[in-house]
Design a protein around this ligand. Sequence first.
Ligand SMILES: [Mg+2]
Length: 381
Amino acid sequence: MKEIVYDKTRKIIHIDMDAFFAAVEQRDFPELRGKPVVIGGKPNSRGVVSTCSYEARKYGIHSAMPSAFAYRLCPSAIFVRPRFEAYKQASEEVMKIFYEYTDKVEQVSIDEAYLDVTENKFNMKSASIIAEEIRKKIKERTGLTASAGVSYNKFLAKIGSEMNKPDGLTIIRPRDAKDVLENLPIRKFHGIGKKTEEKMKAINVFFGRDLKKISMNEMIERFGKVGYFYYNIVRGKDERIVGKSGKRHSIASESTFAEDIDDVDYMLRYLRRIATKLGDNIQKRKLIAKTVSIKIKYGDFKQITRSYTSPFPINSEKDIYDISKKLLINSLEKDRKIRLLGISISNIINKEKEVYQLILPFYEEWNPYKNMLEETYFIDN
Ligand SMILES: [Mg+2]
């Protein structure tokens, strides 16, 4: 296997808004400030928590938790329906600030982005000063706080932004990287999901330093292709570039049903409904997708996602429906009811700007996060 020759001179910043949706609500409604606020489904519904304020996190509430559980943990929490328009507007203001410094901005989700400021519009030498300026501008212009990580690659920058949340800045210099990574608990390795974490713990891998003891061959044997990624990141090697600007990673739509269902016709009718919605959405934006995924959550909360990447561009509701139908039929287990169903389309490109990409042979960009639950932008909630 080819060893990656890596560069420690890049200056990468990862910026992540703090409890974004909840922070916007607390900004706009002063009566919510200082209180446990939960954005998402109502406590008496079967919906889930989308984001919650730091005050709510103290009670153990976190995203993706059923709202009913959240209510049990903290009956005094204030449950708020999401206002996506307000979040989108705040997000746009934040993204604009990034472009004042560089065009190498990769928006990962509505409240998170990587910036490559190795070269920047002000010829500033210090990425930390840029990160501080950006955080200050975000505060001034939106009234919201963000956390930032600064390092020489994306992985470390991301680890950094999580280390001093909220309203924090972490700089991981090349000389600090080894220590930080060796002492990092496995679950904090972005890209290592719950399942892999369990697998690693079973072979006594709890921290980066344990992971480092595993040879490249063993890593690949145990974890497949992604093992190569783990082998490198634990050594501070991550050559992924900060991608093109404005790329939406995915558009998703999902719902938790009022009760668990096993009626396949009902599921298909629902799939058709959201496939139409998603198809309309990307057609309006002149986008094309390559991947369709479905998400199924069973009555016992076990969740699976199944994806199909097409060699042909996907942009019609019919394609989206046909693929998701096939994925659903192949994944359904007999006598097992489901509580949630959703479709997500990803690998999205702009039809007008990137037509040439469609003519070139498709290559599957290796994405270490493919098997993770993607961050989705809900349009059906
Ligand atoms: Mg965030």
